[in-house]
Write a protein that binds this ligand. Structure first.
Ligand SMILES: [Zn+2]
Length: 789
């Protein structure tokens, strides 16, 4: 540990050199300048008027009646370590807040350690606090600078002195031993620690410092894999069920599922309790907003019911700092859309965005490459998230991180009126539920639930089809906005969810369902037939003796040498050798098989069961069972044809188009990335939507598109994710794409002639025809945002 004098010396030297002050200029790299010039030159052909747009054009301040949590858009956090109090350079950070135009800060207050002199017994002071009131100092200067303050708590664990004084406040394993994380003891969610100790700290901080609100890094206690067997938990569970907490993880045991539900409810009680405490002590706008994840699987592991939390939250503090391994940046935009779908689009979702090398690998002291950090931030903004730069510790020797937020925050400030309070435009709803992840996914949710989701949504991003995640319990409320619903292996469904899907189709909406959709009830019990069998036109034909979950779960994790046969076969129509004795081709292919005219088979990889089909259905794909891949001498199809369906279309008069895809091509695409699977999924979406899609984007590259409307205008985000690092972080170079030819279906109050490019800072003119605006974007480096009026 360096002495504070040494730290100060280094920092002074670093600031004195002026390297930070020039970061925004440094960002304008030669590559970017070159690109801007080429963009300008190329657009001259198309652009009729082309003038510089004042950077500060929008920006009517919201009325004061709008509470702080609805108007604070750009956040920042220096996550304070226990070493920081002796060297925290407040004036330096104040200048940084100003330079980045940060509007709100998250400041460590209490919990594991206190960053102020607390009177709450055994509220452990930070190691180098030495009586300093660091939280108080920071809170005062932030308020003096006009910033909003979230006091940050971490209520997950505590030091040994508290454990010795209150052993009943801590979580215990089945053998009675306390749960520990290094030297700290994990607190129990059902104990007085949450019921009394944390509320006392919240009240003390409010009375002394008046922060606008509170957040908590880790507020929901131990997760599903670490059940607590302490006396508090046993007593509460016994009061509810009459039983002791199940010692075994057994999803087939109703008591275990009850334990899962009981845990979920307790987290909601904590949410409500903390909000009662902070609002009673700090007024109605002094909200408590514990942090939540961007991963539904993580929320499920932590017993945090996203839908129920959003129904009671004024905003979501989203702790989702970087992309997961194997995920693209589009996951961040999707997260914004998913949470807004629960929370409402009028509320805000600040997202913690790491400026250090987060994820895999994790290096807290090293800066994240700027292109990686930019793309993560920008795709989040495209999905309706608000940026929140995040770094750990108040002093850094790798100073490159400081430059990252500044240009994005300045751009955000200049264009903020286009970036929130907007309505997403998408005709495709992708249906999900956390209960499906829990009670169907169980311990295999990664392959059973997440992989089909990822494959389906990736097919949509790849095809530039705007979509919105929609919770299965919100279908009645939100369904009318969609032309088609997609059920990517939405296996566990409640009766009301099934009824909502059925009504949607009866009203003329399309449906694409895959895999085991509607085969389980909402507790995860296998049913004799699909609950939506009438819509699918397909039924379980027989329950095999081995028709158990283990078999299907095994199928989900295997890739076997199976195929799908396209119907009708076209082999005689194309050049190439074929077997003369085969029957001649019959008829034309259905539009959902567009693009596959030169093949009669598609690689598959999964397994399929026979189904019983209703009259009037069309089977476009049939299963070809597994055959050897080695040695080559043995490679031929042992059973080239079956009548086991892989894709069934069911169209009935006065109802929406239904496609049922028992072949789990969404999961296959998520796993294997074969373009045939993505293309077929996109074809099916277009067909079930009866072509009702509001956006067409042509041109090369992986472009994540987000379309919105505001009164009198439409807003299109084009995120350029084309990059060798698209699937493997970090990206270290931005690579431009273009031209992109865009067509947008105009809203009734938008003429569609005038375009503004908020990133290139240009004006364009769109050609309007039959209610669509047509235009071309010549080059996109990382993103472009088009405003149509
Ligand atoms: Zn407990």
């Amino acid at each position: 540990m360096q002495s504070s004098a040494r730290l100060g010396e280094i920092r002074d030297k670093h600031i004195g050199r002026g390297s930070i002050e020039t970061h925004s200029v440094m960002f304008q790299s030669s590559r970017r300048d070159f690109l801007k010039q080429t963009t300008l030159a190329a657009t001259a052909v198309l652009v009729s008027s082309h003038s510089t747009i004042a950077a500060s054009k929008p920006g009517a301040a919201p009325p004061p009646s709008v509470p702080w949590y609805r108007r604070t858009l750009c956040w920042g956090q220096t996550n304070i370590t226990e070493m920081d109090p002796e060297s925290y350079d407040i004036e330096w950070w104040r200048r940084y807040w100003k330079r980045t135009q940060t509007q709100g800060v998250i400041i460590n207050a209490g919990g594991i350690v206190a960053y102020y002199p607390s009177q709450v017994p055994l509220h452990h002071p930070a190691e180098r606090l030495n009586g300093r009131d660091l939280f108080g100092e920071l809170c005062r200067v932030a308020h003096a600078d006009g910033l909003m303050v979230f006091a940050r708590m971490d209520s997950n664990r505590a030091h040994e002195d508290l454990y010795r004084a209150h052993p009943d406040w801590f979580a215990r394993k089945s053998n009675g031993q306390p749960y520990k994380a290094d030297d700290l003891f994990i607190t129990c969610i059902n104990s007085p620690y949450y019921q009394e100790h944390i509320p006392a700290i919240l009240r003390e901080i409010i009375e002394r410092y008046h922060p606008e609100g509170f957040t908590d890094n880790s507020w929901s206690g131990l997760g599903r894999n670490s059940p607590c067997f302490c006396e508090n938990c046993q007593k509460r569970f016994r009061e509810r069920t009459g039983s002791v907490i199940p010692g075994e993880r057994d999803w087939n045991n109703p008591l275990y599922r009850e334990w899962i539900r009981w845990n979920y409810e307790r987290r909601l009680e904590i949410w409500d309790l903390n909000n009662r405490v902070t609002r009673m002590a700090g007024g109605p706008d002094c909200i408590w907003a514990g942090m939540n994840s961007g991963s539904i699987a993580s929320q499920a592991q932590s017993f945090r019911d996203y839908r129920q939390i959003c129904r009671r939250a004024e905003l979501i503090m989203l702790d989702h700092q970087a992309r997961a391994e194997g995920d693209g940046f589009q996951q961040n935009g999707e997260t914004g859309k998913l949470i807004h779908g629960l929370l409402g689009w009028d509320k805000l979702i600040p997202e913690s965005m790491a400026l250090y090398q987060m994820g895999k690998p994790l290096f807290r002291f090293a800066s994240k490459p700027e292109p990686e950090a930019r793309l993560w931030m920008l795709d989040g903004i495209a999905g309706g998230l608000q940026p929140w730069w995040h770094q750990v510790a108040a002093y850094h020797e790798d100073r490159r991180r400081y430059r990252i937020p500044e240009p994005i925050y300045q751009w955000h400030k200049a264009n903020e009126n286009y970036l929130h309070n907007r309505r997403p435009l998408a005709t495709v709803g992708v249906v999900w539920s956390q209960q499906n992840l829990d009670f169907y996914g169980r311990d295999d949710a990664g392959v059973l639930v997440e992989l089909p989701w990822r494959g389906m949504t990736q097919a949509l991003v790849r095809a530039r089809i705007p979509y919105l995640p929609v919770h299965a319990d919100d279908l009645e409320r939100d369904g009318d906005g969609f032309s088609t619903l997609l059920l990517p292996n939405l296996a566990a469904m409640s009766d009301s969810q099934v009824a909502a899907v059925r009504r949607f189709v009866q009203r003329g909406g399309g449906l694409l369902a895959t895999g085991q959709s509607s085969r389980y009830n909402d507790s995860g019990d296998l049913q004799a037939d699909f609950a939506l069998a009438d819509l699918f036109g397909a039924h379980i034909s027989q329950t095999r003796p081995d028709d158990d979950e283990a078999r299907r779960r095994r199928w989900a994790t295997d890739t076997v040498h199976t195929y799908l046969r396209l119907s009708p076969e076209l082999r005689a129509r194309v050049d190439g050798p074929h077997i003369k004795s085969e029957p001649p081709p019959s008829g034309e292919r259905h539009p959902v098989l567009q693009g596959f005219d030169e093949t009669d088979i598609l690689a598959y990889g999964g397994m399929l069961d026979p189904l019983r089909l209703d009259a009037g259905t069309e089977t476009l794909l049939t299963f070809i069972p597994a055959s050897p891949t080695f040695p080559p001498e043995k490679v031929w199809m042992r059973e080239p044809k079956t009548d086991i369906p892989g894709l069934i279309l069911n169209t009935r008069p006065n109802q929406g188009r239904v496609a049922f895809l028992p072949a789990d091509l969404d999961r296959r695409f998520g796993r294997d990335n074969l373009p045939d699977h993505g293309n077929l999924l996109a074809n099916l979406v277009r067909w079930t939507a009866a072509g009702d899609l509001p956006l067409m984007v042509e041109g090369h590259g992986l472009i994540d598109c987000h379309l919105y409307s505001q009164p009198g205008r439409m807003i299109l985000h084009l995120m350029n994710l084309t990059n060798p690092g698209a699937w493997r972080q970090p990206v270290d170079e931005l690579i431009p794409v273009g031209p992109l030819r865009v067509r947008i279906k105009l809203q009734p109050d938008v003429r569609g002639k005038n375009l503004r490019l908020l990133v290139a800072d240009q004006k364009h003119t769109g050609a309007v025809k039959d209610g669509w605006s047509h235009f071309q974007i010549n080059s996109v480096l990382d993103h472009e945002v088009v405003v149509l009026t």
